[in-house]
Design a protein around this ligand. Structure first.
Ligand code: ATP
Length: 224
């Protein structure tokens, strides 16, 4: 007698957690999300714009804008879900709190925390990092530290277990995107910035349109 499909034990769900300021989401974020979904065989990748980032000194762009840009950036990526929970949480955002919630919401699920090398190298400063390692697998994509071709960091120096995501190094950061957009406002007379095509291409096209339409980053100085 064959068992009904509903009697079969379901494989545990595989849920990725990709947090960040996403101010704005750029093409490395997008590539990293695609790599994580594919290489970790995730059922769902939660994209979690941070509320008050404990490790970033500068004030972030309003969460509503960062959420809207994430929805645009990841809309056509199957399995990616933008989750705004961290933007409405009181106080600083900590990944361990999000993991605790997800463990309660999805008992038995396999959780993966996705990050770039800069975050991994600072991982021992994360709140309750031991609990994070107990509850989830950390997956790290390497990232160039500087634009001048310096060697990629040695991820093993952290001395903690992780899995490495294969990703060709992409030398883009949100800081560079904000700075370049800021320059575009200074060199255009129209109210919406029209950056050079190579600057616009640092972010997904819909995000570029959103930044221009909303005049985001117009008031940031070059080092903001
Ligand atoms: P900022 O320049 O404002 O500090 P950022 O470009 O680092 O921003 P975040 O939103 O802080 O972007 O990053 C979210 C996550 O994406 C982090 O884990 C970060 O390490 C990772 N990430 C960002 N850019 C890259 C990149 N070029 N390659 C690999 N990972 C990246």
């Amino acid at each position: 007698m064959t068992r009904a499909a509903s009697d079969r034990p379901l494989a545990p769900r595989r849920i990725g957690v990709f947090g960040g300021a996403f101010d704005p989401p750029h093409r490395a974020h997008r590539a990293l999300a695609e790599a994580a979904l594919r290489q970790l065989a995730l059922d769902t990748l939660l994209i979690l714009p941070t509320g008050q980032a404990w490790h970033k000194a500068r004030p972030l762009t309003d969460a509503q804008h960062r959420l809207a840009m994430c929805r645009l950036a990841f809309a056509d990526l199957p399995g990616a879900v933008v989750d705004g929970r961290e933007t409405v949480r009181d106080g600083p955002t900590y990944t361990v709190d999000t993991l605790a919630e997800l463990r309660a919401e999805h008992p038995g699920a396999a959780l993966f925390v996705i990050m770039g090398a800069d975050q991994w190298l600072a991982f021992r400063t994360w709140r309750r990092w031991k609990d994070i390692l107990r509850w989830a697998t950390v997956a790290v994509a390497n990232r160039p530290q500087t634009a001048d071709g310096a060697p990629l960091p040695d991820l093993a120096q952290v001395g903690l277990p992780f899995v490495e995501l294969e990703l060709s190094p992409i030398d883009v950061s949100a800081t560079v995107v904000r700075d370049q957009w800021h320059q575009a406002y200074r060199t255009t007379s129209s109210s919406a910035a029209t950056p050079a095509p190579d600057v616009a291409a640092l972010v997904p096209p819909a995000v570029a349109r959103y930044i221009s339409d909303q005049r985001l980053y117009a008031t940031h100085g070059p080092t903001a």
